[in-house]
Design a protein around this ligand. Structure first.
Ligand code: ZN
Length: 562
């Protein structure tokens, strides 16, 4: 069904709650596993229908924030969905306590129940006030960051508007742009320090209340991580520090020479070509048309997928008045339809929508087509990023459709950015582990740790003489550290998987695609560890793989300098 034709009626949440009560009572009194399985599928239908209505509202609200009808509906959903969530949790609790659990596990697989158990560990009604406090602090950070207006270039600019200046061809302008945002953070130093201190302490308190030693394992559980823990992640980071950092150092040295600077300063880091980065050729419509040609060329599965997306109006990517900023990919369960939302702006980011976001959408489309139950249709987040980040590389034969004569430049910066990101992501992750292991550090001690991690993970980069960054406080502008604790390493681990699919693709396209499709089609029915191993790939925290991968990618980069 076309998106515009999908009907919406405001969900009757009282009725849904009553239906849940009925399902829960029938589930508890069921006389056989078969009966419970039938009730579980009824519950899935009920929940999918509610999520369908809620998703239609949130998409239509973001596509046109000025539409009063959906604005009101959005408020209604925000206000009432916690009451439905409460019932969903109650149903899950009944499921975990089922006397037919062994039979249910046999039917659905053990992983589903493991996932429910992990989610249940993270919550207890007694922590609700603490969680509200945590949410308040996160909102305060967002507000403080979002309120920033700096005087620059004769204008009053919000921080994101400094981005083009930070990549200016004029080094003085780049430096001035970094100084401008650094100055803002310096002026609000105490507030940023205080918010983080409170967040670390409240999260630690929540962890203690729930019986955890500190926040770290709770953070992993909140992310639903079901196959690795902090030790494995530490092992991955150490492999990156030892084996990736030297390769990144060489790549950065090539960049330094290419842009002609004596020392690579923080404000040179994102400036990769003296004549600017590659941008797509043609209009937004040309980009969309190229996307279609690309997925038709790649495989029959992607051809079917992209036709479904285009024919059913499941992409809304053109910038227009009243549209919310940013981008996302979501899923409308009743219509088995992914939906991609974005705001094209003429940069390479527009192409990422068709490679990265479409990679997420492709996986959701496949899982629905294969009839995988909702709670197993999507894996943990590092695995989701494998789907999308790998698609960025598996489509590389078609990137020329977007970039024309600039394709080689795009390919080079894509590979460089991907590789150089990994140590930075590990630094963000190690910093957070250190913070939650030692919740009582002072602001100065926190900055010292960040500065020492800069030396470990980005020794090629200099921040001397810059406000804010120079005193080791640069972590405060990485919003994940405040808002999504311990979620970041997912991108790093996924990148190493995406590299392996890319390297495999360069050797044997057909075989790489086949492995990718199998990997993707397992959706959430297997753990990250299982899907990676079954695809014949190295685990990020396994033995010896990272050195080989980073060196291969480093060699490709060195051979493709322009
Ligand atoms: Zn993604």
């Amino acid at each position: 069904m076309k998106f515009s034709e999908m009907p919406y009626t405001r969900p009757d949440t009282d009725k849904i709650r009553a239906q849940y009560d009925e399902l829960i009572s029938r589930f508890k009194n069921a006389g056989s596993a078969d009966e419970q399985i039938k009730i579980m599928s009824e519950e899935e239908t009920l929940r999918n229908h509610f999520f369908t209505e809620a998703t239609l509202v949130s998409i239509r609200n973001s596509v046109n924030t000025k539409d009063e009808f959906y604005d009101k509906e959005n408020e209604f959903i925000d206000e009432h969905s916690p009451f439905v969530s409460e019932k969903i949790q109650e149903f899950t609790d009944a499921l975990l306590a089922s006397k037919f659990r062994p039979e249910l596990e046999k039917h659905y697989g053990k992983l589903l129940f493991k996932n429910y158990e992990i989610a249940a560990r993270c919550f207890d009604p007694k922590i609700i006030p603490l969680m509200q406090e945590e949410n308040k602090l996160v909102s305060a950070y967002q507000k403080l960051y979002g309120s920033a207006i700096v005087d620059f270039d004769g204008k009053k600019l919000p921080l994101p508007m400094l981005a083009p200046y930070k990549e200016s061809k004029d080094r003085d302008i780049r430096r001035a742009a970094f100084e401008a945002d650094g100055k803002f953070f310096d002026e609000h130093r105490e507030e940023f320090d205080d918010l983080f201190d409170k967040l670390v302490k409240i999260r630690t308190k929540i962890a203690h209340e729930l019986g955890y030693k500190n926040f770290i394992q709770l953070g992993y559980d909140r992310l639903g991580r079901n196959c690795y823990g902090p030790e494995q992640v530490a092992k991955f980071r150490e492999a990156i520090a030892k084996d990736a950092v030297p390769v990144v150092g060489e790549v950065k040295e090539l960049q330094r020479k290419r842009i002609g600077v004596d020392t690579l300063m923080l404000y040179d880091n994102g400036f990769t070509f003296s004549d600017g980065t590659a941008v797509p050729e043609g209009t937004a419509e040309d980009i969309l048309a190229a996307g279609k040609t690309m997925y038709h060329g790649l495989s029959p599965e992607t051809a079917e997928f992209i036709d479904f997306m285009y024919d059913n109006e499941l992409l809304d990517v053109l910038s227009k008045e009243g549209k919310a900023p940013g981008g996302y990919c979501t899923f409308i369960p009743d219509y088995k339809s992914p939906f991609i939302f974005s705001n094209f702006n003429g940069t390479a980011g527009d192409v990422d929508v068709l490679t990265h976001e479409a990679g997420h959408a492709f996986q959701a489309y496949r899982a629905a087509k294969l009839g995988i139950m909702s709670d197993l249709s999507s894996p943990t987040m590092e695995t989701c990023e494998c789907h999308s980040m790998s698609m960025e590389f598996l489509t590389s034969d078609y990137h020329h459709l977007f970039f024309g004569k600039n394709t080689a430049k795009y390919e080079l910066s894509h590979a460089e950015d991907a590789l150089c990101f990994i140590p930075y992501g590990c630094m963000v992750d190690e910093f957070q582990h250190r913070m939650y292991e030692n919740p009582d550090l002072t602001p100065a001690e926190r900055n010292e740790i960040w500065a020492s991690l800069e030396k470990k993970y980005r020794p090629y980069l200099h921040t001397e003489g810059l406000p804010f960054y120079g005193r080791g406080a640069g972590w405060q502008r990485q919003l994940h550290i405040y808002m999504y604790p311990l979620y970041y390493i997912d991108y790093c681990m996924a990148q190493t998987v995406a590299f392996q699919f890319w390297l495999a693709y360069m050797e044997n396209k057909e075989d790489a695609w086949k492995r990718y499709l199998e990997f993707t089609d397992k959706a959430g029915t297997k753990t990250f560890e299982e899907v990676v191993s079954e695809a014949g790939l190295f685990l990020p925290y396994g033995e010896g793989g990272m050195k080989k991968i980073c060196e291969s990618v480093g060699n490709w980069i060195k051979a493709h300098q322009i």
